[in-house]
Design a protein around this ligand. Structure first.
Ligand code: ADP
Ligand code: ADP
Length: 229
């Protein structure tokens, strides 16, 4: 499962100012959709609407054919995982940060879950590996390491739908490339919405939509859009 569908979605934060003017797209289960466009176009707003942070003014949003307004917040949170741009970590251990929100789970259980989800290899991405660094304090980590923690935390939920909201834009370019490789691997296996600034970071998305001022102005695969540039 995990098909995400926006059908003629209209939305504004204020009644007088519409931000999305009828946005439609379908992300088939297991596929990747990238949303690109200038700052202020409404990309993050689409992600927030999918999480139902806000109610839409028109149209419909469905996951696997179910209108999200008819789904409980809890099941919506279980269905969608988000890797944000710059997650704020607790000044606690890596294990705590990864497992935070899993009520009653001990560190051993969190580590076991991380292993079961086959994410322990890349959590820290260092030769010493997961076991020795999981007790380290989150605040001492580099940007790339913090982003690995954010990814691991999201994957531990094993959500059918993954939202990457400019998940690498806060990183230096070498670390960005490295984390993008990790994310590409992960997104192959599940429905993914990628919010990105640049076309170059979403080369192998199944579909790319270009959003400008709340309207989809172009859509296609990477090669089509680069030709049109
Ligand atoms: P993008 O992610 O493409 O940069 P956003 O979705 O963040 O764009 O924002 C789209 C528009 O909505 C912008 O004009 C922005 O200023 C406005 N906006 C975003 N969040 C809010 C908010 N909480 N309240 C009012 N306006 C907002
Ligand atoms: P991002 O797209 O990286 O999430 P934004 O620039 O859209 O960052 O917004 C950062 C925060 O500020 C968000 O929580 C957003 O809701 C809020 N925000 C953005 N634009 C406005 C606005 N015009 N009025 C009120 N809040 C806003």
């Amino acid at each position: 499962g995990g098909e995400v569908r926006f059908d003629a979605v209209r939305f504004g934060y204020d009644p007088e100012r519409e931000i999305l003017h009828g946005v439609s797209f379908t992300v088939p289960a297991g596929k990747t959709l990238a949303i690109v466009g200038p700052s202020g176009a409404g990309k993050s707003t689409i992600a927030r609407i999918l999480f139902r942070f806000y109610d839409i003014k028109g149209g419909q949003v469905t996951i696997d054919g179910q209108d999200i307004s008819a789904v409980t917040q809890a099941s919506l949170r279980a269905a969608i995982g988000i890797v944000p741009q710059d997650m704020v970590l607790f000044n606690d251990t890596v294990g705590y940060n990864i497992g935070y929100g899993r009520e009653g789970a001990t560190q051993t259980e969190i580590e076991a879950a991380a292993k079961a989800a086959s994410i322990h290899d890349f959590i820290m991405g260092l030769p010493k590996g997961y076991d020795t660094r999981v007790g380290e304090r989150g605040l001492k980590l580099s940007g790339g390491e913090k982003q690995r923690v954010a990814i691991a935390r999201t994957l531990l939920k094993a959500p059918p739908v993954l939202v990457l909201d400019e998940a690498t834009s806060a990183l230096d370019s070498r670390t960005e490339t490295e984390i993008q490789t990790v994310l590409r691997d992960i997104s192959r296996k599940r429905t993914t919405l990628v919010v990105a600034h640049r076309l170059s970071t979403v080369v192998d998305a199944d579909e790319i939509i270009v959003l400008d001022k709340g309207v989809i102005v172009e859509r296609g695969r990477h090669a089509d859009l680069v030709r049109a540039d």
